[in-house]
Design a protein around this ligand. Structure first.
Ligand code: SF4
Length: 392
């Protein structure tokens, strides 16, 4: 069953490290963008005969810039042209600040049931390096508002490896976010993306370069701390609150699991990517071009909409490679050998025997029996890019 990603490419302010497809100063076109998005949702859903969705994700950008009315327009378009499973996970990414209980209650009534909040750090100096505009007070009030509104699934993001960050300040950030009792945590290593102001600052020497060894220590420190505090890691950067019995992974992000399992998802909105029927595609990047294309562009064959810019059918071999490196991101589940064989007609060892043997010899991956699967070792998690590159 597929998923749906909805991209909202607007932010109040552009953070210095961000290379996402998002824009500040374009708030005036949000109403027209929402209309175009509803049009694309209807086009893709209706042509596809109302596919059933088990996860939806409003990502960005800052989707919480949408009014509840605008989110309602989008949810209505989705309900009208797709089918949404009764227990679907429906996430909205949000930034702390400006989130009120009233607003979040309206989202809950619309069917949204998971909030993912970008905290990044609790320290003003680290937030300043990232050019984030919020402070810890807004994080606390946003979490309180989400819980008061009734959200029972709350995820918080933190960043480590920030110039100037120490093991102590990182521990303080972890302590403070754990005190907020989230259900899920995403911890991302800061990367200096091409073309970002932060990269330029570091290159010019105005900001110290991130220290990779220190970042690796922070990662290990976090893994130990979260395990002690009742969280189980299931992906390189993601931890879910540990639950008992069949509900053990209740708080793992079902939407992101869809990507890591290399399963189909639709993508709508400017710059959104999708992967449906073996076809990988993406839409035009600029919101104004996107609106224009949805107004007057030529229609394309399903699953593409008028906004599609790129599209290719993945060969079987590319799909196998993708399943390997995405699956190896899943630290518990890994690549299930039986599932891979069932999907592709060959086992991972038949197709990637040499790569697998070398990675096993270097103890970067391990083989587990019952169920038979390949997954990263703890050492391999620290050197994951060296593993993935073997399958790209
Ligand atoms: S809020 Fe998020 S998406 Fe927006 S500029 Fe900052 S990092 Fe990028």
């Amino acid at each position: 069953m597929p998923s749906l990603y909805v991209h909202i490419p607007f932010c109040r302010h552009r953070c210095g490290y961000c290379d996402f497809n998002t824009y500040s100063g374009l708030d005036s076109i949000i109403p027209r963008y929402v209309e175009a998005l509803a049009k694309e949702i209807r086009e893709v859903g209706t042509q596809g005969d109302a596919p059933s969705l088990h996860t939806l994700f409003f990502g960005g950008g800052t989707p919480s810039l949408l009014t509840a009315g605008q989110a309602g327009v989008l949810m209505q378009a989705i309900r009208h042209s797709f089918s949404i499973e009764a227990d679907a996970e429906i996430t909205l990414e949000a930034n702390p600040g400006g989130l009120t209980e009233g607003y979040l209650s309206e989202l809950l009534v619309l069917g949204l049931n998971r909030i993912s909040l970008g905290v990044q750090s609790i320290h003003p100096a680290e937030l300043a390096v990232l050019e984030r505009e919020h402070g810890i007070e807004q994080v606390v009030s946003s979490v309180r508002a989400a819980r008061a509104a009734g959200f029972a699934n709350l995820s918080l993001d933190l960043i480590y490896g920030i110039p100037g960050q120490t093991l102590d300040t990182w521990e303080e950030s972890l302590t403070r976010v754990l005190a907020l009792e989230p259900d899920h945590l995403s911890l991302y290593a800061l990367t200096l993306e091409h073309g970002t102001p932060l990269r330029r600052e570091v290159r010019s020497g105005r900001v110290p370069a991130p220290d990779d060894d220190l970042a690796a220590e922070m990662y290990e420190q976090a893994g130990e701390r979260l395990a002690r505090n009742g969280f189980a890691q299931y992906e390189i950067s993601n931890w879910a609150r540990r639950m008992a019995g069949p509900d053990a992974w209740r708080f793992a992000s079902r939407h992101n699991l869809q990507y890591w399992r290399n399963l189909p998802y639709f993508g709508v909105g400017a710059g959104a990517h999708g992967y449906v029927n073996g076809r990988r595609y993406s839409n035009v990047l600029a919101p104004a071009t996107y609106i224009r294309r949805m107004d007057s562009g030529a229609s394309r064959g399903w699953p593409l909409s008028r906004a599609a810019a790129r599209s290719e059918i993945l060969s079987n071999d590319e799909a196998m490679r993708q399943s390997m490196w995405l699956g190896l991101r899943l630290t518990e589940e890994g690549v299930p050998v039986g599932g891979f064989q069932h999907r592709f007609g060959v086992s991972p060892d038949e197709r990637f025997g040499r790569e697998i043997d070398e990675l096993l010899a270097h103890r970067l991956i391990e083989r587990q029996a019952k169920p038979d699967r390949l997954r990263l070792t703890e050492h391999g998690r620290l050197l994951a890019n060296q593993v993935f590159v073997r399958f790209v």
